[in-house]
Design a protein around this ligand. Structure first.
Ligand code: IPT
Length: 270
């Protein structure tokens, strides 16, 4: 049997590691995986990807594309009787979803810096068109508020390391070096580390940096990155197991499944 996997841009580290994990688990369960990658954001491209998978007669679909609730609903409808599982949607979506806990991930990063004594904290968002980027941003702001703080700067990148480099370079050129920067993913944190190094700022002595994802390379950044771990292997296992169960029992009640995240303390915070 075959699993259809519709995915966002695979040149990004997290989605490619998610696909790898899904492929491994599917192989272990004797399922094929066919992949369709969208190059454009938005519903039209996602629907085209899903339709191309459906036309290949897949038995179930995993969708790792950021979708608003109405968009996910439309994709779900397009799937008809073929079960679909969503990985990048709001926890409020009433469908089959598996996501990492965004509130917990955001809280862990902010509280880690606050415990180290930081008060001047800057935020580097992912693209706010992405529901996951918005949920992380909301979680950061809420945790800061609980501690009587507000971000000293808010930036927005596009998940790429280059965007992280550009955003943090600009902030530093304006002479606004914060005590800590919380970044929405490890790739942008990589760019942030380069920007800080170029401006002669030491990490973590002058500025602390917290990433998000814990992708395979993050332990080899200079310095090794402190980050929020989303266990992509675990996501791969959970999503294939869940989809296979849905294929075998299509009538099951839709359920949100929230996976835990964890702070991984390395060398970019002090
Ligand atoms: C999310 C990653 O955290 C982020 O780094 C980026 O790669 C993004 O995906 C791409 O859409 S993980 C996702 C399952 C919310």
């Amino acid at each position: 049997q075959t699993i259809g996997l519709a995915t966002t841009n695979l040149s990004l580290h997290a989605p490619s590691q998610i696909v790898a994990a899904i492929k491994t688990q599917a192989g272990d369960m004797n399922f094929n995986v066919v992949i369709s990658m969208v190059e454009q954001p938005g519903l039209a491209a996602c629907k085209a990807a899903v339709n191309s998978l459906l036309s290949q007669r897949v038995d179930g679909l995993i969708v790792n594309i950021p979708l608003e609730n109405e968009e996910a609903q439309a994709v779900q409808n397009a799937c008809g009787n073929v079960p679909a599982l969503f990985l990048d949607v709001s926890p409020e979506l009433g469908a089959n979803i598996i996501i990492f806990d965004p509130c917990e991930g955001a809280r862990l990063g902010v509280e880690h810096l606050i415990k180290l004594g930081h008060q001047r904290i800057a935020l580097l968002n992912g693209p706010l068109t992405s529901v996951s980027a918005r949920l992380r941003f909301e979680g950061w702001k809420q945790t800061l508020r609980v501690h009587g703080l507000e971000a000293v700067a808010v930036m927005e990148g596009d998940w790429s390391s280059l965007s992280g480099y550009e955003q943090v370079s600009r902030l530093l050129r304006e002479g606004k070096a914060p005590g800590g920067i919380i970044v929405a993913n490890d790739q942008m944190a990589l760019g942030a580390l380069r920007a800080l190094a170029e401006q002669g700022l030491a990490v973590p002595a002058d500025v602390s940096v917290v990433g998000y994802d814990d992708t395979e390379d993050s332990a080899c950044f200079i310095p090794p990155l402190t980050t929020i771990k989303q266990d992509f292997r675990n996501l791969g296992k959970a999503s294939v197991n869940r989809l296979v169960a849905l294929i075998q029992e299509p009538g099951a009640q839709p359920e949100p499944q929230i996976l835990p995240v964890a702070l991984v303390e390395r060398k970019t915070t002090a």
